[in-house]
Design a protein around this ligand. Structure first.
Ligand SMILES: [Zn+2]
Length: 248
């Protein structure tokens, strides 16, 4: 793009070897918020998607009857997403339980306290699961992306509760005790975890009906099961063990 002044801070950002490719492409094309708004006004679909930590979408919206906005869609980290997906699959009436899940998500992120900052959203996907997350709208009234980051630092701090993984070093923070699982269970949803590995579980996965599975790569095998060692058998084969379901 010609005729766009690139702020000094953005030149440094673009030179960083740690900058993800999708950010580099986006910032190269739109080095300032002002440039992004101008491009959106000219008809560009100003949009960037990244999967760092959690799925995140940034778009610039220029409504006909209002001020330009930067929209961010922030979806749950993989671990929390699995808690929600298992509860969704376990439900008798999934179309009803989606509303419950969104309500619980509001409680989880404290949206009741700060309703103007973000709203919970669900999107249909090509899979059997809806994608749930949060939507933030910020006036695109600043010039640089640095200024935008500064203006949204508080809301991003609050949202880190859903975008960062639970700390596996802290027993209370693991999935089996996660606040989100407890909130969903308190709302009456069928929330189960494995008593051994702590993974959220479903028994209604369409490919594994009636079998307790986690949605990670281990599926029906419990990753925390230790095979007894049989040194006398050269042809010993690991067969694993199932999860032990426990209601949250
Ligand atoms: Zn397990």
């Amino acid at each position: 793009m010609t005729g766009v002044d690139i702020p000094e801070s953005m030149i440094e950002t673009l030179e960083s070897p740690y900058l993800l490719d999708e950010f580099r492409e986006f910032y190269t094309r739109y080095p300032t918020v002002t440039a992004a708004v101008e491009a959106a006004r000219a008809g560009d679909d100003v949009r960037m998607e990244t999967s760092e930590h959690a799925h995140r979408v940034i778009r610039v919206l220029v409504p006909d009857d209002g001020e330009p906005q930067v929209e961010e869609l922030v979806f749950l980290s993989y671990e929390y997403s699995d808690v929600v997906r298992c509860a969704y699959l376990n439900a008798d009436r999934q179309e009803q339980v989606l509303g419950e899940i969104l309500h619980c998500l509001r409680e989880f992120v404290g949206a009741e306290r700060t309703p103007s900052k973000f709203v919970v959203v669900s999107q249909e996907t090509e899979t059997i699961f809806p994608r749930v997350g949060l939507r933030i709208l910020t006036p695109a009234s600043v010039h640089t992306w640095d200024e935008y980051d500064g203006a949204t630092v508080d809301v991003h701090e609050e949202l880190s509760v859903v975008t960062q993984s639970p700390d596996y070093q802290d027993e209370e923070a693991t999935l089996r005790g996660s606040k989100l699982a407890k909130i969903l269970a308190a709302a009456g949803l069928a929330v189960y975890h494995c008593a051994r590995c702590g993974q959220p579980l479903t028994y209604r996965h369409p490919i594994w009906p009636g079998t307790w599975i986690s949605l990670d790569e281990e599926g029906p095998r419990c990753e925390s099961y230790s095979e007894p060692f049989h040194p006398q058998h050269d042809d010993w084969v690991s067969v694993g063990a199932p999860h032990i379901s426990e209601k949250v």
